[in-house]
Every structure is written in structure tokens, then in C-alpha cells.
Design a protein around this ligand. Structure first.
Ligand code: SF4
Length: 380
């Protein structure tokens, strides 16, 4: 970027946001009331329940609306208020989170519920500063809860809202780089007359009309003021981020099966990736494919399952070899499960994928579609 462009960009970030014409705000709200999807965490005609809103926002941080829609009712039925979740054990929380991926959020939501129980009398706090002080809640989630649950006239900037704003103002830069400017623009968007609907209308507009590809400009309530549409540049904005190769890691997993059909599982260490979840035993994940002969966890008849299991994590892609073995082990040894008994365990989608690759169908996650691999791109 040349120096004058940098100066212009800095000035743009510091100057106050442009006001939203009242007719545009009214058109957006009217469209939202007509077109909004009925989602289980949206209260139709009632005051929204802050706990429901907070749980849904945790789930939506990195998982698509379709997956959250399927999992949310069962989770909320099991943990209907902060105290119910705070009093539950970690295993129960991880189990209920199955199918949503990114299990770190389940642990943070659990810690958040405990803090709400212990420091806020069991009620979700109203103030944004108090919300942001809770585990797992950053500025976006705090703004979303403040707007939707407590009627603060703010518009949280998620990927949907960022895309809409970039197109409305024809900001031809990758969204991550344009974020300071987009936040400044969003600062003037809150609807003082209907804050919750106002915030959700912007998110919904990005999800339903101003979609990443082929935006439906003909139906858009903001089309008249949209610079990208006027200039015919909807397809170019937002500019995609520069491509960076995701590092790859490799390892082996072992599907050990006893004569009575039981399969050996172990628990991952707390605190790390997939912490506390059950998995097949395996090697460490390394930067190069395993070369040495496998060191099997038990003696038996082992054979390699053809192909590889690939699994995307946020910061790397994992590629595992799977080895299947018929083994002998004492009947009273802990850690061995029949497939049907795995319904009560917190199994990651990676473990489910490995089991299927090895010819074992894991129990279905109740109320969910087949897990997407836990690497969904978030709200849409
Ligand atoms: S007119 Fe089209 S590009 Fe502009 S905000 Fe609406 S849907 Fe998005």
C-alpha cells in the first residue's frame, strides 16, 4: 500500500461512522421480520433468554447454523440454565457437545457457567465488560449477547456482517485486513428502536442474501445504497485472503479388538487438543510420515487398513494410517468397549472417522447429522 493510501485508511478508521439512513434501517428490519429463519434460540415474540443466547453464540463461534440448529435443543434440555451446566462433570459436558467440534469451546462454556454461578448469582450478566470477563467470551460474543439478550444497540461484526459492509462500501481488501475499518462502520449500525432484531438482521442478511457467492442483490433491502452493486463488483468483494498452505501432520492409530468384540480406547490428556475426549491409541502427530515399523500397543494379528484418514484442524491438517489388530487382553482390563457402549462416551469426530475407516460403525450422535469433522467454518 502506498503512503497516501495508508494515511487515507488510517483517517478512515479514526473518523466517525457514517449515519445509516432511517429508511435503510426500516427496510432492513422489515425484511428481517419477513425472512428470518426460525432458529431454536430465537424467541418468537418473547424476550430472549440470555442463557439460550449465550449458549447459541458459543456454538456458532466455529460451527455452521445447520449443525448448531440440530444440536442446540438437546444441549439446552440437558443444561437449561448456567447452574445445571456448572454442576455437571466434564465428561457429561463433552459428551453433550459431540457433533459440534472444537471441544475447547465446551470446556470454556463449562468454565463460563461456573463463573456465572459463583460470581453472578447464576444469571448471565448484562454489561458487556462483565460478559467479556467470562471465560470463552471475546468482544464479538459479548456484543452479540448484549444486543440480542439485553437490547444494547450494537451490531457484532461476524463474517457475515463484515462481508455485507465490505460490499456496501466497496472495500476491496481481505476482510481480516479491513477489520478495523469494518468495525468502525459497524459502530453506527445499531438500531435503538429494535436492538436485538437490528443486530440479527445484519447477520441474517449476510447469511441469506449477501452470500459469499452469487449474492441475491435483487431481493436485498440495502441494494439502493450498495456501492459494490452499483459498480458491478459484488463478485470481487470481499477480496480473498492470500493463500497459505496449512501444515500437515502425520501419525498412526491402532484399532485393537479383542475376541469378545471390545475395542481399546484411551482418554486424551486434559487441556490439549481434543482434551478429555476418548480416542483410539496411536502415535504422536509429527511433521513427517511415520517410517519405522509400527510399535503396536498389544501383540496380536495386525494389518494396515488401506488408505488414510484425513482430518482438518484449524492450524494443521492431520493424516493418519490406521492399523487393525485382533488381540488378546485380560477380560477385566479397563478401557475396552463394545461399539454400542460408546454411546455414553465423548468421542471426537476424528475417532468416529477412524472407527468407520476400520469397519466399526460408532453410535450415532443424537439429534445431529453425521459430524462434519469439527472444522466447520462457523456461522453462515
Ligand atoms: S446489494 Fe447485493 S452486494 Fe450489496 S449488500 Fe445487498 S446483497 Fe450484498
Amino acid at each position: 500500500m502506498c503512503p497516501s493510501t495508508i494515511v487515507e485508511a488510517a483517517a478512515a478508521v479514526q473518523s466517525p461512522p457514517p449515519p445509516v439512513p432511517p429508511e435503510a434501517r426500516a427496510a432492513l428490519r422489515a425484511w428481517y421480520l419477513r425472512a428470518a429463519r426460525p432458529l431454536p434460540w430465537r424467541a418468537a415474540g418473547e424476550a430472549p433468554d440470555p442463557w439460550s443466547v449465550l449458549v447459541s453464540e458459543f456454538m456458532l463461534q466455529q460451527t455452521t447454523v445447520a449443525t448448531v440448529r440440530a444440536r442446540f435443543p438437546a444441549f439446552l434440555a440437558r443444561f437449561p440454565d448456567p447452574a445445571a451446566l456448572a454442576d455437571a462433570g466434564a465428561e457429561a459436558v463433552l459428551h453433550a457437545w459431540q457433533g459440534l467440534g472444537y471441544y475447547r469451546r465446551a470446556r470454556l462454556l463449562h468454565a463460563c457457567a461456573r463463573e456465572i454461578r459463583d460470581r453472578h448469582g447464576g444469571r448471565v450478566p448484562r454489561q458487556r465488560a462483565a460478559l467479556e470477563a467470562l471465560p470463552g467470551i471475546g468482544p464479538y460474543t459479548a456484543a452479540a449477547v448484549a444486543a440480542i439478550a439485553f437490547g444494547e444497540p450494537v451490531v457484532p461484526v461476524d463474517g457475515n456482517v463484515a462481508r455485507v459492509l465490505a460490499r456496501l462500501h466497496a472495500i476491496a481488501r481481505p476482510l481480516t485486513r479491513a477489520m478495523p475499518e469494518l468495525r468502525r462502520l459497524a459502530a453506527g449500525l445499531g438500531d435503538p428502536e429494535a436492538p436485538a432484531e437490528g443486530a440479527q438482521a445484519w447477520i441474517e442478511l449476510g447469511a441469506l442474501l449477501c452470500r459469499p457467492r452469487r449474492p441475491r442483490c435483487g431481493d436485498c433491502p440495502l441494494a439502493l445504497g450498495c456501492r459494490a452493486r452499483r459498480e458491478g463488483r459484488q463478485g470481487e468483494i470481499p477480496v480473498p485472503p492470500p493463500r497459505t498452505a496449512r501444515p500437515r501432520r502425520y501419525g498412526r492409530a491402532f484399532l485393537a479388538r479383542r475376541g469378545d468384540g471390545r475395542i481399546l480406547l484411551r482418554r486424551r490428556p486434559e487441556g490439549g487438543l481434543l482434551g478429555g475426549m476418548m480416542e483410539l491409541p496411536g502415535t504422536a502427530w509429527e511433521d513427517v510420515p511415520p517410517g519405522d515399523p509400527p510399535a503396536f500397543p498389544l501383540s496380536g494379528r495386525w494389518s494396515r487398513v488401506p488408505g488414510r484418514v484425513r482430518h482438518p484442524f484449524t492450524h494443521f491438517a492431520l493424516e493418519l494410517e490406521l492399523w487393525r489388530g485382533e488381540v488378546e487382553a485380560p477380560a477385566d482390563q479397563p478401557g475396552w468397549y463394545l461399539p454400542a457402549e460408546m454411546a455414553g462416551l465423548a468421542l471426537s469426530s476424528l475417532t468416529r472417522r477412524l472407527l468407520r475407516h476400520g469397519g466399526v460403525e460408532p453410535p450415532a450422535v443424537r439429534g445431529a447429522r453425521r459430524p462434519s469433522g469439527g472444522a466447520a467454518a462457523g456461522r453462515e
